[in-house]
Design a protein around this ligand. Structure first.
Ligand SMILES: C[S@@+](CC[C@H](N)C(=O)[O-])C[C@H]1O[C@@H](n2cnc3c(N)ncnc32)[C@H](O)[C@@H]1O
Length: 211
């Protein structure tokens, strides 16, 4: 859904806490946290994760928001770490992990800052991609900074952590070519592995690779 429509619908609907259920996993969606039910990207990634063999694979959801992807991956026997800079998301996900009896590791981390020297079999990223400075923690789910600072920092850190499965979803709604150039500056390339149109909006899953 195009911004700002998605954000407007989300802000109105999410004035109070809601619940969301996927494959028997029930989570609370706090108004301060990115909604997996209103936006298309999380659902596309859930479908993608469903197709993966994850038993005993290490799996990082970088910027986990509600963490439904992390809980689902763990329900498929992956060894999951979920990270975010939103402390409300972190605490709500810890609760959901307990309630659903799906153990995962939940870490407060600005990108890889608290995940130093860690590598994973899978890294999944649904990034904020609208170029605007976030004014509060909730807006970090949508805005990547006036000058795409989120991506600058991510691509600078990623070479130390990258795995053969480092996946990122982007929408046609965002400046994909610019994001590709930022990756290229750090000797990374975005290889298209899946394309899905929902409500006429094209979404792409890229594998990030070292050049
Ligand atoms: C678009 S939401 C995706 C949430 C979740 N992965 C999903 O697919 O539903 C982006 C998430 O990245 C988090 N985020 C933004 N900047 C971050 C940073 N520098 N470090 C860690 N997480 C960040 C936001 O707080 C938000 O939860």
């Amino acid at each position: 859904m195009a911004f700002p429509i998605a954000k407007l619908v989300f802000d109105t609907y999410h004035l109070k806490q809601r619940t969301y259920t996927y494959e028997g996993i029930q989570i609370a969606i706090n108004p301060e946290v990115f909604p997996p039910n209103f936006t298309i990207s999380t659902k596309i990634l859930l479908d993608y994760v469903k197709s993966l063999r994850l038993q005993n694979k290490t799996f990082l959801e970088l910027g986990c928001g509600s963490g439904i992807l992390s809980l689902f991956a763990a329900s498929k026997k992956a060894i999951v770490t979920a990270s975010d800079i939103n402390r409300v998301a972190i605490e709500t996900l810890k609760e959901a992990s307990k309630k659903n009896k799906i153990p995962i590791t939940v870490v407060y981390s600005d990108l890889f800052e608290n995940l130093l020297n860690k590598t994973f079999d899978y890294i999944i990223i649904n990034p904020p991609y609208y170029p605007k400075a976030p004014k509060n923690i909730k807006e970090h789910a949508w805005f990547c900074g006036d000058n795409f600072e989120y991506f600058e920092k991510l691509f600078a850190q990623l070479p130390q952590h990258i795995s053969p499965n480092t996946l990122m979803i982007l929408s046609e709604d965002c400046e994909i070519e610019h994001i590709k150039q930022l990756a290229f500056k750090n000797k990374l390339s975005l290889k298209l592995i899946s394309k899905k149109s929902v409500l006429k909006e094209k979404n792409y899953i890229f594998n990030i690779e070292k050049i």
